[in-house]
Design a protein around this ligand. Structure first.
Ligand SMILES: [Zn+2]
Ligand SMILES: [Zn+2]
Length: 173
């Protein structure tokens, strides 16, 4: 992947670092078989509440690339901001939130929490979204791409990610 593509998606500059992670107690482990389509820093109120933090770091990746070991995560269904449901998946033992499935998002993809990676420094947000509810003391890096709400996929996704998303939509249709 070129450096430009890396900047567009937020994937590792190092390349080749395997993206793998786990919940806090370690019963659920996962590996990602591809770089994310894009990495979001989401400052929406739902993400703040679910993570208990200022924002969530989400790796948007096709579900087929997420390989899990250990027990099936538990889930709960929330009303998503888009009006479509949002399923949140977490370890039944320690309660760590591992990923989300947004019914309103195109294709069949999971939004994996970057903080659960073994090496969360392998990714960085390509875009900050829902900054309308960003906490006022959070300073975005100079030049960061940021949107009050969501963005137009065509304007933000790398060309490679557009191709993958199109394939993912076709597969899940
Ligand atoms: Zn756990
Ligand atoms: Zn959010």
């Amino acid at each position: 992947m070129s450096n430009l593509a890396n900047r567009r998606t937020g994937a590792s500059e190092a390349g080749g670092v395997e993206l793998a992670g786990r919940c806090a107690c370690g019963k659920i482990r996962y590996r990602l078989g591809a770089n994310p389509l894009i990495v979001h820093a989401c400052h929406c109120r739902d993400c703040q509440r679910i993570t208990g933090g200022a924002f969530a770091l989400n790796l948007w990746i096709e579900r087929k690339f997420v390989t899990r070991e250990g027990p099936e995560p538990k889930s709960c269904r929330l009303a998503g901001g888009s009006g479509q449901p949002h399923d949140v998946f977490f370890c039944g033992d320690c309660g760590t939130y591992l990923w989300s499935f947004y019914h309103g998002a195109p294709g069949d993809a999971l939004f994996v929490r970057a903080g659960t990676l073994e090496h969360p420094d392998a990714v960085r947000p390509a875009v900050h979204i829902f900054t309308r509810s960003k906490l006022p003391w959070v300073q975005l890096p100079a030049g960061a791409r940021a949107f009050e709400t969501f963005y137009k996929l065509d304007e933000v996704f790398s060309e490679a990610s557009k191709v993958r998303l199109k394939a993912n939509r076709a597969e899940s249709a």
